[in-house]
Design a protein around this ligand. Structure first.
Ligand code: MLT
Length: 255
């Protein structure tokens, strides 16, 4: 992977293919490898940029508290490094929260926004408290706690579970705790989407147990110009469970 220094961290990324730039942002607590097959399907038409968010994969993090907006700043730093003023970007779940923070802060740099199994809603008070409890648990017992709790709710597909579980277990406690707190403190971004000067595509499995498809339908209801692609029988990891469906949906971002 290539590595750059930005905002006091080392940010690792991969870049493949050629054509209009498309950045794919992974979710929690994963890394860029989750996009491998979709990136292969898209690299004929796009320059696909695959960052590891701060703390995950080969990127480093800081011990201080940070926000979705800080994570969005990392991505802006990566675009500066690549000499790219504008990109289409798509985020999976937490990656979608980062993309939404990016789109709010840098709307002029976004040519299209994809949300894959994600949402614009903030946490409920209960969910927020649960995240802090989980972060406390991770500080005492390690990241296995999260991997154990999440792997079966991400997907019912055994092959997907077998891929994501060790990937989750390989992340550091600092990254997992930092991201949990950043997710807990994120704001609702629906109102900023309503004035978005770029097309929005929503890709969501109707069997998602982690973020129900209703969250995507709510965005579509508030933003009728958004495209909503519902993938039948697909859970929280569409880019692995429906590689072609996800890739085809993302292609629409730049067509
Ligand atoms: C993710 O899959 O990125 C996270 O589980 C999303 C969340 O917890 O809100």
């Amino acid at each position: 992977m290539e590595k750059i220094q930005v905002n006091d961290i080392t940010l690792a990324y991969e870049k493949l293919g050629s054509g209009a730039p498309l950045m794919l942002v992974h979710g929690f607590p994963l890394d860029h490898t989750i996009w491998a097959e979709v990136a292969n399907l898209l690299k004929d038409k796009f320059t696909v940029i695959l960052p590891d968010l701060r703390g995950f994969g080969q990127s480093t993090t800081v011990e201080t508290t940070y926000t979705m907006s800080d994570m969005a700043d990392d991505l802006a730093g990566l675009l500066d490094h690549l000499g790219l003023e504008k990109v289409a970007l798509a985020g999976h779940s937490m990656g979608g929260y980062v993309c939404l923070a990016f789109a709010k802060k840098y709307s002029q740099r976004v040519s299209g926004l994809g949300l894959v199994a994600s949402q614009s809603a903030a946490d409920t008070p209960e969910k927020k408290a649960g995240r802090y409890q989980t972060a406390d648990g991770v500080s005492k017992k390690g990241v296995g706690l999260v991997a154990e709790g999440m792997s079966s709710t991400l997907s019912t597909d055994a092959a997907v579970q077998a891929f994501v579980r060790p990937l989750m277990e390989s992340q550091t406690p600092a990254a997992v705790m930092g991201a949990l707190k950043a997710m807990a403190e994120r704001e609702d971004t629906l109102s900023s989407l309503s004035t978005a000067p770029f097309p929005v595509t929503l890709i969501h499995g109707d069997a998602d147990m982690l973020i129900p498809v209703e969250r995507a339908r709510e965005i579509k209801a508030a933003l009728p110009s958004a495209r909503l692609i519902e993938l039948q029988g697909i859970g929280h990891v569409p880019m692995m469970e429906s590689q072609r469906g996800t890739a085809d949906g993302l292609r629409l971002l730049l067509e």
